[in-house]
Design a protein around this ligand. Structure first.
Ligand SMILES: CC(C)(COP(=O)(O)OP(=O)(O)OC[C@H]1O[C@@H](n2cnc3c(N)ncnc32)[C@H](O)[C@@H]1OP(=O)(O)O)[C@@H](O)C(=O)NCCC(=O)NCCSC(=O)C[C@H](O)C(=O)O
Ligand SMILES: [Mg+2]
Length: 293
């Protein structure tokens, strides 16, 4: 991945399309992505009105963030109208909820292909049902084909907890195998991966802890529900000062004339190989992309 292709997705904030006060804030927020939500945060009686607002929201869209729209499932009552409305706003991505099989992505892709011929709109998939999780590897494989438009998985931990009866309590200990399954599937398909939401938005410490946990697990960012969560996510998913020092040291040591043809060197008593050099360059590129924001 080149530096210009890296788009930080540390903080992915849902804003309900039905909430005018919240919508009026989005131009001033420092999150990386805003997801205008037509799904669970919008009551059935408000679905049509919320959908109609999309055009106005996107006519004044902030340019410093990626903008996505989460539609209702295409299998339900509102999905097809949501998708048509979302496409006409040209968001960066359309987030499909409750994706269960590769077919769900291919079906949305076909509809997009007719309207978005220059392939500007990506598809993101929520993994939040038992079936979707079981099929996550085959769904993610679509990411290997750019024609599928699939570029990102988003964990839907609330729905998974609801569908399975498994608790998110105790630092998500019972969820960890499933979250790691998503990480593995996403990486095999070359996808980005966003962790689920933390519902208790006044618990700043607990939220920061969960962000650090997700960053250590390999997630690229966190789904957010409140502006108060943006800062902690931006910190947790950016390369740390220590990681940058180490990355620079690895780049420097391989740049020395005596090491230019070496596959492995020692750095401060530790083995460093060229795969670590690749990781270090990625870390530095990510920091550059974050600093550009
Ligand atoms: C959770 C909330 C309903 C809380 O709202 P509120 O009581 O208004 O909070 P505050 O008074 O503390 O808000 C302070 C100001 O910030 C603005 N605000 C709040 N939330 C947002 C937001 N998401 N985006 C932009 N701006 C926001 C308020 O308007 C206040 O400003 P002001 O009015 O001028 O004082 C609310 O935060 C909320 O609705 N959050 C988003 C909920 C949502 O989108 N849910 C769906 C996505 S999560 C999900 O679906 C889970 C997933 O699918 C899964 O399965 O896991
Ligand atoms: Mg959900």
């Amino acid at each position: 991945m080149t530096q210009s292709q890296i788009r930080p997705r540390r903080s992915v904030l849902y804003t309900p399309a039905a909430n005018d006060r919240a919508l009026s804030k989005i131009g001033r927020l420092s999150c990386d992505v805003i997801v205008i939500d037509l799904e669970d945060s919008v009551a059935p009686s408000e679905k049509a009105a919320a959908r109609q607002k999309l055009a106005t929201i996107f006519s004044a869209r902030p340019q410093h963030v990626e903008m996505a729209v989460r539609i209702n499932a295409l299998s339900g009552t509102w999905g097809a109208d949501d998708l048509a409305a979302a496409i006409s706003c040209k968001p960066d991505a359309i987030l499909l909820p409750k994706v269960k099989t590769p077919h769900d992505i291919l079906e949305a892709g076909k509809l997009l292909d007719r309207a978005d011929k220059d392939m500007k709109i990506a598809l993101w998939a929520m993994i939040e049902t038992p079936k979707g999780l079981l099929n996550s590897a085959t769904i993610a494989e679509l990411g290997c084909d750019p024609a599928s438009r699939l570029t990102c998985f988003v964990a839907g931990t609330n729905d998974l907890a609801k569908e399975t009866g498994v608790t998110l309590a105790d630092d998500r200990r019972y969820f960890l195998p499933w979250l790691m399954q998503m990480v593995l599937a996403a990486r095999a398909g070359g996808l980005d991966l966003i962790d689920g939401v933390y519902n208790d938005f006044y618990d700043v410490e607990g939220f920061a802890r969960e962000c650090r946990q997700a960053a250590n697990m390999g997630f690229d960012g966190k789904s957010l529900i409140h502006p108060a969560q943006i800062e902690a996510a931006n910190i947790a998913f950016a390369p740390s000062a220590e990681a940058l020092v180490e990355a620079r040291a690895i780049v420097d040591i391989f740049a020395r004339s005596e090491n230019q043809k070496k596959g492995v060197v020692a750095l401060n008593g530790r083995m460093v190989e060229r795969l670590h050099l690749a990781q270090a360059k990625k870390c530095l590129a990510k920091a550059t992309a974050v600093n550009r924001k």
